[in-house]
Design a protein around this ligand. Structure first.
Ligand code: PXP
Length: 240
């Protein structure tokens, strides 16, 4: 099972100050040093975190692992994907006001647009993955639309507790099974954390997990001590 690390929120911190750091490309390289099998960036319409330059730099600097471009199925994004040629495109729904992707694609409402994007991108040998809710209907629709892959939305599982979580886990499991049986490559992601990843990672048939926020958050904790130590060292040194 591969791990794709989403570095969007490194860019979110950078954008909060309008500075050049932290740099998502440096973070991506470090993630690869840590064993990441892939790097994901979501180029949003409003460029609120990752921007076009980041994407080009990630493409140039991130080698030998999967570059997954998350994007909406719009004309603009399809053009960018065909130009940048990532290893994988994951189509996601996108609403301007949302804090993060809120749910899977609406394959009925947006079916035509999604099929067109799949056809255009896959005709250039770039596989397309559809981010979908864990329902058999959406898995079937994804197959019908011609996607090579699906990513099962684990957000409801991640946010649920107790019996509700067990039920959500069963839905994910069923969706994974039916996707595999239909010959789709099946990924999963959203809301996965150190505390809830194990049950998803133990599902047979998942090709890869795509995780962002929790890894970025944890890397702040893990790095804080040494970052402060280094600053103290410089201050002490200059007072001698
Ligand atoms: N997969 C998809 C399709 C997403 O949109 C996101 C969020 O950008 C993720 C996975 C990662 O979610 P999280 O940041 O909650 O780990």
């Amino acid at each position: 099972m591969i791990l794709g690390v989403n570095v969007d929120h490194v860019a979110t911190v950078r954008e909060a100050r309008g500075e050049s750091e932290p740099d998502p490309v440096i973070a991506a390289k470090m993630a690869i040093d840590g064993g990441a099998d892939g790097i994901t960036v979501h180029l949003r319409e409003d460029r609120r975190h990752i921007n076009d330059r980041d994407l080009l730099r990630v493409k140039k600097n991130v080698r030998n692992v999967e570059l997954n471009l998350e994007m909406a199925a719009t004309k603009e994004m399809v053009m960018i994907a065909l130009k940048v040629k990532p290893d994988l495109v994951t189509l996601v729904p996108e609403k301007r006001a949302e804090l993060t992707t809120e749910g899977g694609l609406d394959l009925v409402k947006s079916g035509k647009k999604i099929r067109k994007a799949i056809d255009e991108i896959q005709s250039r040998n770039i596989p397309v993955s559809l981010f979908i809710n864990p329902t058999i209907k959406d898995v079937q629709m994804s197959k019908k639309l011609g996607a090579a892959m699906i990513e099962i939305h684990t957000g409801l599982y991640a946010n649920a507790k107790g019996k509700r979580q067990t039920a959500e886990l069963a839905r994910v499991r069923k969706a994974v099974k039916s996707g595999s049986e239909m010959g789709l490559l099946v990924n999963a992601g959203h809301g996965l954390k150190y505390s809830n990843v194990k049950k998803i990672a133990s599902i047979k048939g998942i090709r890869g997990l795509y995780i962002g926020h929790s890894i970025v958050a944890n890397s702040v904790y893990r790095g804080m001590k040494s970052a402060v130590k280094e600053m103290k060292r410089l201050i002490r040194q200059s007072q001698k």
